[in-house]
Design a protein around this ligand. Structure first.
Ligand code: SAH
Length: 350
């Protein structure tokens, strides 16, 4: 029988487990703290438990730990890109960005992705598997331990479509924000989605205070379909209706992500259509000059055209920012460190 994943359990579940092992109730608090606050990597480090109990834990549970295999540090702004190895040998990527307001970590939610967005490196090899809650958490735990500073913000914007891994995502958010764990405020957690309508609706009912970011990337279905296959499944009007529902139920303002691709979605008519589309949402538009990947021939919108696009939106009352490029010297688009690692190691094998 496969061992149970102890780091993915809620405090309540862990308490029940300890009861069934015939342990005193206070043990579950001790163990939970070792896992989620002291972030130990071995049951033997749980020094206030008896040897006997530590052995019992070892027998019945698996303790998920990610192994850093590569860390790249930007000389410009201190951004750190991590490549982690999972227990089954798969690798995933996470990024630490240092801002004045605190340390922000961008995590992956899946190994690969099956959404197929045309400009994205994470989806080139399709989906390998979902990440478990413990594997999402441990990206943050490892990074917090590595830098010896508190992580204050988490964005689920790395590889994967978080709402395609729904149950694990919601459990992860509860574990991360719970007061017995790292206790990161839900208001400081952002989940980015390509727009899975039923899951956005479901998320609105979870009673969470996280920020929802929608990857819009086009002001109409026609252009959106050329960039994002998911746009063939859900029409923009339905995606936006689900987002409105999210806003109305949670009171959380929405973020709209818009990657600017030269000659595809970046002219001023498109800015006008975008202003029209999101004008009624009290949301925020985040423009991202597309990060070109070598497998596709998309080109980044030039600086002046980005400025013109931003200016147009601003003039029309839209709250807009251009995403600052972090770690330019160690960069490459999201998912590219992983991709280059896989290509490199594949190359080494043959
Ligand atoms: N699956 C989620 C998270 C993906 S990554 C989603 O679709 O939102 C976070 C954001 O980066 C998304 O808006 C995604 O479309 C965008 N993105 C991915 N690759 C990019 C690239 N090469 N250049 C610019 N933006 C990119």
């Amino acid at each position: 029988m496969e061992k149970k994943d102890i780091k993915s359990m809620t405090f309540l579940e862990l308490t029940k487990e300890m009861e069934s092992l015939g342990e005193k109730p206070f043990r579950s608090r001790q163990i939970y703290q070792w896992l989620h606050q002291k972030m130990v990597t071995d049951f033997n480090e749980m020094s206030n438990l008896s040897k006997n109990l530590r052995e019992k834990l070892e027998e019945s549970y698996r303790l998920t730990n990610l192994e850093p295999v590569e860390i790249k540090v930007s000389a410009i702004d201190g951004t750190r890109k991590y490549l982690f190895c999972l227990e089954d040998g798969n690798v995933i990527e996470s990024v630490l960005m240092r801002y004045k307001h605190g340390n922000s970590v961008c995590i992956s939610s899946q190994v690969g992705c099956r959404m197929g967005c045309r400009f994205c490196a994470s989806t080139l090899d399709g989906l390998t598997r979902n990440l478990r809650p413990s594997e999402m958490l441990d990206q943050i735990y490892q990074i917090q331990k590595d830098i010896g500073e508190r992580v204050s913000n988490v964005v689920v914007m790395g590889s994967g479509e978080p709402l395609d891994n729904y149950d694990n995502l919601v459990r992860f958010i509860r574990l991360l924000s719970g007061e017995d764990g790292l206790h990161i405020s839900q208001r400081n957690i952002t989940v980015s989605t390509c727009g899975l309508v039923p899951e956005i609706r479901r998320l609105a009912e979870e009673d969470l205070q996280i920020t929802l970011a929608l990857s819009l990337h086009a002001p109409n279905d026609q252009v959106r379909r050329t960039l994002m296959p998911i746009a063939n499944r859900y029409a923009l009007k339905d995606v936006l209706a689900a987002c409105r529902e999210y806003y109305e139920k949670t009171g959380r303002r929405l973020t709209f992500e818009y990657s600017l691709v030269k000659g595809v979605n970046d002219n001023l008519n498109e800015a006008a259509a975008l202003a029209e589309l999101v004008g009624g949402y009290h949301g925020h538009v985040n423009l991202i000059p597309v990060n070109p990947i070598k497998e596709r021939d998309y080109v980044q919108t030039g600086r002046e055209a980005v400025e013109a696009f931003r200016h147009y939106l601003e003039q029309h009352g839209i709250n807009v920012t251009v995403r600052r490029e972090m770690g330019r010297d160690i960069s490459g688009a999201c998912g590219q460190l992983r991709k280059s690692f896989i290509d490199r190691t594949k190359g080494a094998e043959v």
